[in-house]
Design a protein around this ligand. Structure first.
Ligand code: AMP
Ligand code: ZN
Length: 137
């Protein structure tokens, strides 16, 4: 079991801090975000402490994503959500505050329901150059 004594999500997994748990199995825990951006905002985490989505082993990452998909479906069916945002912040520059991999499952009701992901166009980007740098096999 990978555990970080200073990690708030490890403390929830360990039962040291309370949480509104909506799903649990051997590898994955899902609970309500304590500061929800919309009604039903849920976090899905691996029980082992991995800092980021990018550093989580594939099998564990897949288990977390499977649960996130199910929760998104349930939010649509049971909460009457009209859509869902799946959000993963990787590292501080991307807004990650808690350094334990987590998936935000954010049910959406209308575009003005409290959550806004702003995407601004970057002008004058050399797309062929970018492609050269990050193309993968
Ligand atoms: P992030 O910015 O992606 O690291 O998001 C961390 C999320 O964890 C935030 O939305 C917080 O509201 C949430 N959070 C922090 N502490 C707790 C807690 N004890 N129980 C539930 N959610 C929490
Ligand atoms: Zn942790």
């Amino acid at each position: 079991m990978k555990f970080d004594v200073n990690c708030v999500f490890c403390k929830i997994i360990d039962g040291k801090i309370p949480a509104y748990k909506i799903y649990e199995d051997n590898d994955v825990l899902a609970f309500l975000d304590v500061n929800p951006v919309t009604y039903g905002h849920t976090l899905v985490v691996p029980k082992d402490h991995y800092v980021s989505f990018l550093s989580t082993p594939k099998d564990i990452m897949n288990k977390v994503m499977n649960v996130a998909q199910r929760i998104g479906q349930v939010q649509m069916e049971q909460l009457g959500a009209k859509g869902v945002n799946i959000l993963i912040n990787c590292y501080e520059a991307a807004g990650q505050v808690v350094k334990h991999f987590h998936v935000h499952v954010i049910p959406r009701y209308e575009s003005t329901d409290g959550f806004k992901l702003e995407m601004k166009d970057l002008k004058d980007v050399n797309l062929p150059q970018v492609l050269e740098k990050i193309k993968i096999d």
